[in-house]
Design a binder for this molecule. Structure first.
Ligand SMILES: [Zn+2]
Length: 316
């Protein structure tokens, strides 16, 4: 049924939503969502978007949340997110962002699905072994939510294309599996003034943070934590060191949560914080990360002023 249309702010005023809100406030078991400050711009969003009845039903559990509401859901539907890597982190990221109704999802990956991916890369399936990961992810997204326009970037993200790629998106989520890409994406997002939500995995450990150093004032970048990539061979890759499959789900889902919060302007941003998860110890830590005045990218006297540092020097 696509009959009645309803503007986002009108959805906020729906009787059903009001009933839910009043019930939630009275319930002793209700989460303390009221303590999360809202972005004032949320109230002023001019989306020009109307919801179909189908969309109101699909996103009902978002719309009843005070921090999302109809206006927030419209923001999600208007948002453009680039996910780099359709692998262990990229799979839950893409699936939760698609389910949330993020309107445009860019998928950047140059790999094909292999059998050893399926232990954790849940956007793909056994029947798609050998298929490009971008095509497989698009199929999964299309089956989940036809509202989402999934855009394939079947290419290796590199120094020659990264700025063009990120330029088309509001938020970048890095789920890549190597340090070269992670540093490149950090630097590109700084120069392109894009918010970056970055996660990484190894064995039983995961890390997550949000970077918006382009804003200055208290916002660090990835290089403020790790000034430069480790020497080749020092830190094993997941292929060498292994990774617990479900850890990718935990970290990728957290990463999707932070992307959605950045789009909504809801809650507290993870910029300036690093979340560290030790799955074996079942321990989460959230540690403060401050901008480094000596950071080569965002410090007081930056030495990295373009992406030329990433151009590979061929041996003479
Ligand atoms: Zn920095």
């Amino acid at each position: 049924m696509r009959g009645t249309r309803c503007a986002p702010d009108a959805v906020d005023r729906l009787p059903g939503r009001r009933r839910f809100s009043q019930y939630d406030r009275r319930s002793p078991d209700a989460p303390a969502t009221g303590t999360i400050p809202m972005d004032s711009s949320r109230q002023q969003a001019k989306t020009g978007m109307e919801f179909t009845e189908e969309q109101i039903e699909r996103y009902a559990r978002h719309i009843v949340l005070r921090e999302v509401g109809g206006v927030g859901q419209a923001k999600l539907l208007n948002a453009r997110v680039l996910v780099i890597g359709a692998g262990g982190l990229g799979s839950p990221l893409l699936m939760y962002l698609a389910a949330a109704g993020v309107g445009t999802l860019g998928v950047a990956d140059d790999d094909t699905v292999s059998l050893s991916n399926l232990q954790r890369q849940i956007a793909h399936s056994t029947g798609r072994v050998g298929v490009p990961k971008t095509a497989s992810a698009r199929e999964t997204i299309a089956a989940l939510n036809p509202d989402v326009n999934a855009v394939s970037h079947e290419t290796r993200v590199g120094v020659d294309n990264v700025l063009d790629l990120v330029a088309d998106y509001d938020v970048v989520a890095d789920g890549s599996d190597n340090f070269d890409t992670r540093f490149l994406v950090n630097d590109a997002c700084m120069f392109a003034r894009k918010t970056l939500v970055s996660a990484s995995l190894l064995r039983f450990d995961g890390q997550l943070s949000t970077f918006k150093a382009y804003r200055g004032g208290g916002h660090p970048c990835y290089r403020c934590i790790y000034p430069e990539p480790p020497p080749a061979g020092l830190v094993p890759s997941c292929a060498e060191g292994g990774v617990l499959g479900a850890l990718a789900g935990a970290m990728g889902s957290l990463q999707a949560t932070e992307v959605v919060k950045e789009i909504l302007g809801a809650g507290e941003s993870l910029s300036g914080w690093l979340v560290i998860y030790d799955a074996l110890a079942a321990n989460w830590r959230k540690v403060r990360v401050r901008p480094d005045p000596h950071c080569p990218l965002c410090g007081d006297s930056p030495t990295i002023r373009d992406l030329s540092v990433h151009v590979r020097q061929d041996p003479a």
